[in-house]
Design a protein around this ligand. Structure first.
Ligand code: TSJ
Length: 649
């Protein structure tokens, strides 16, 4: 058997993998860079499952110069014995049968794989080659490849070169090693993103307490090891760097009706909530039943505690769920069977049974910990934060009223500084929010009056992090923006009122300019999120340099372009470096930054804005040391803008 070659009938069962080749999208959603990572996560997930069930505690992920990737764990090793039904080794089943991953695991793993869950065979089908080593006393090896079949003219996918081979070489290692090369004939790109990979690996390390994940990129010689002995507790701490209200997160874990629930909570001095939820290690960005159960559990428990400690008097109403949301950071991780995903992006947990189970465990764990004297202080801090929020809630109701009034003020006095455009078609209109009165003046002269409106911002708009909604509304700059856009804010937000379909932030390429961008993005993120979601927010990009000689001149937007432009102008060139928008005269500003034909705009994504929101917390947070550390590490403030993706428009 060891060196037996494969007969036609053996190959028949592999036709399933050919189907994966024909329609990769059906199995991995897309052949974009996202799909490329998907086939890596299929493999990683299997190693994670082995670890999550207590059989492995180390996973190594490596990217090679030849474009391949490998994943190794120190678990039990994929079974090498012959699978009774199919007559081939367990290893072969895993890599040649569709969905084998999930089915094969039933009974072995309690909570296996998730979102992906299409199995390792899909990775095999979409790879040029895939190599397996299993360490179980001796080293077992097996190789698969995809090749062009000359007879049929078709590509055959994931074909074993030979059955699983026991090399008989003794080993002290235990575990599974998989290395594969994604097929360039399948994917739009075969370049893995180190950033994407380490972000997910870190998340997995947080979600699987004690697990060590080692990442190495051969190309860049980049190495990182993730290991969090605190698990979810470390996760929330890392979210809250800089502004936690109490040092130790509240942690709870329990099981109910076969559903395992784990959570960590820590409040911040901020006014937004960040609740991250997961099911079987898969992020549920749209929330769902587990989140609902968790939130009602929190509300119930904290209200009970407040009553018990007489922090809520008999005549007082209970705090609302929203009162406990202010500044709440939490991670909730659920493990369960037969997961159903719903929602627009299929990231919402639909299983109704998750709700009571999570609520029960949340209440149970919290009430148990209320009795723990050590946490009394923490709970009191949470209650006083909620009391503050409840007060603000009443005040905010009034603030909403004034937002409504602002909205109805139209272009009248409040928007005096706004230079409106004459065109009345919002789809064509653009609002430039410009840093500084002098640049604002130039922009007013330069603009295309019909479609471009200018709103100069004097100084920095206020720090939205530390202020309440009502104070923000009182701020003249923000008030002017709200009035100019015509949408209202928060729960009053109505996109149909939008008067400018492009809202373009134009600020200097320096620290102050960067702050203004971040503050505005944070404001939009928190109070006009749909504006970003619908792609209406942009960042204008003034050039950094002018290269000129005689009457020839060229603009450059970055250092790479500068080199090109120098080459173009040739010997005897001179360079002007622009430090601010104010240095350009109206004609230059038009030509480089405002003219729809020539300018560079970056469209802001919701992720960019969330990143700004997170940065704000660090930059403006209470903890000076964290802020200093952050600023030190990110001394290059241009980096802050890396988050906005370049897009010509
Ligand atoms: F994706 C994959 F299949 F290629 C893959 C699987 C990739 C990697 C990196 C690791 C694994 C994997 C599978 N690690 N550990 C396992 N374990 C099993 O498959 C296994 C071992 C023993 C038993 C048993 O009942 O004795 C059961 C199973 C499912």
């Amino acid at each position: 058997m060891a060196n037996g070659s494969y007969k036609a009938e053996d190959i028949k069962i592999l036709e399933g993998l050919d189907a994966v080749r024909m329609r990769p999208g059906m199995y991995i959603g897309t052949t974009s860079v996202k799909g490329l990572h998907h086939i890596l996560w299929e493999i990683v997930d299997n190693a994670i499952d082995e670890a999550a069930n207590g059989f492995a505690d180390k996973i190594d992920v490596k990217l090679y110069k030849d474009g391949s990737a490998s994943v190794e764990d120190n678990g039990r090793g994929i079974p090498t014995d012959i699978h009774p039904k199919s007559g081939v080794s367990g290893v072969e089943v895993v890599f040649t049968q569709l969905h084998a991953g999930g089915k094969f695991n039933t009974g072995n793993y309690n909570y296996s794989g998730g979102l992906h869950g299409v199995g390792a065979s899909v990775t095999n089908a979409l790879s040029e080659w895939l190599k397996v080593e299993v360490y179980r006393n001796t080293v077992f090896t097996m190789e698969f490849h995809s090749f062009l079949d000359k007879d049929s003219g078709k590509i055959r996918s994931g074909i074993p070169k030979a059955p699983l081979l026991n090399t008989k070489v003794k080993t002290k290692k235990r575990g599974t090693f998989i290395r594969f090369k994604p097929d360039a004939r399948v994917f739009e790109t075969v370049e893995f993103s180190v950033e994407t990979i380490i972000k997910r690996l870190e998340e997995l390390a947080f979600l699987n307490k004690g697990l060590t994940i080692d990442f190495y990129d051969e190309k860049s010689d980049f190495h990182r090891v993730f290991n969090y002995e605190g698990g979810l507790t470390d996760f929330v701490k890392s979210l809250n760097k800089g502004n936690a209200l109490y040092p130790e997160p509240i942690y709870g874990k329990g099981e109910k009706d076969g559903i395992i629930v784990e959570f960590a909570i820590q409040h911040t001095s901020s006014y937004v909530d960040r609740v991250f939820s997961y099911v079987n290690n898969i992020p549920t960005g749209e929330g769902g039943m587990h989140e609902t159960g968790f939130r009602s559990g929190l509300t119930r428990s904290f209200n009970d505690f407040a009553r018990e400690r007489n922090l809520l008097k008999e005549k007082d109403d209970n705090f609302t769920g929203d009162d406990f949301k202010e500044g709440l950071s939490a991670v909730i991780s659920v493990k369960m069977h037969n997961v159903q995903f719903e929602g627009q992006t299929k990231t919402k947990l639909g299983n109704p049974e998750a709700r009571p189970a999570v609520e029960y465990i949340t209440v149970n764990e919290l009430s148990r910990q209320f009795k723990d004297r050590k946490l009394v202080k923490t709970f009191e801090i949470i209650i006083s934060k909620a009391a503050e929020a409840a007060k603000a809630r009443i005040a905010a109701q009034r603030a909403k009223q004034s937002a409504r009034q602002l909205k109805s003020l139209e272009n009248a006095n409040l928007v005096g500084k706004l230079a409106s455009c004459s065109g009345r078609k919002p789809e064509l209109n653009e609002l430039f929010i410009v840093e500084g009165d002098s640049a604002g003046g130039s922009a007013k002269q330069a603009r295309a009056r019909q479609t471009q409106a200018i709103l100069p911002l004097r100084g920095k708009p206020l720090n939205v992090e530390k202020k309440k909604l009502e104070q923000i509304l009182k701020n003249e700059e923000i008030g002017t923006i709200i009035a100019a856009l015509g949408t209202g804010i928060g729960s009053e937000f109505d996109l149909s009122g939008l008067k400018f379909h492009k809202v373009i932030i134009l600020s200097d390429a320096d620290v102050d300019g960067s702050h203004i961008r971040i503050l505005l993005l944070t404001f939009f993120f928190r109070y006009m999120r749909e504006l970003i979601n619908e792609g209406h927010v942009y960042i204008g990009m003034p050039p950094l340099y002018k290269v000129y000689k005689g009457n020839k001149e060229e603009y450059a937007y970055d250092d790479k372009e500068l080199a090109e432009k120098i080459e173009k102008i040739g010997k005897g060139y001179q360079i002007q470096r622009y430090k601010g928008l104010g240095e350009m005269d109206p004609a230059q500003l038009w030509e480089t930054t405002m003219s729809p034909e020539k300018r560079n705009l970056m469209q802001v994504t919701i992720d960019d804005a969330a990143e700004a929101d997170r940065l704000i917390t660090v930059l403006m947070g209470d903890e000076v040391t964290e802020r200093k550390k952050y600023i030190f590490e990110h001394a290059d403030f241009d980096k802050v803008d890396k988050f906005a993706k370049m897009k010509r428009s």
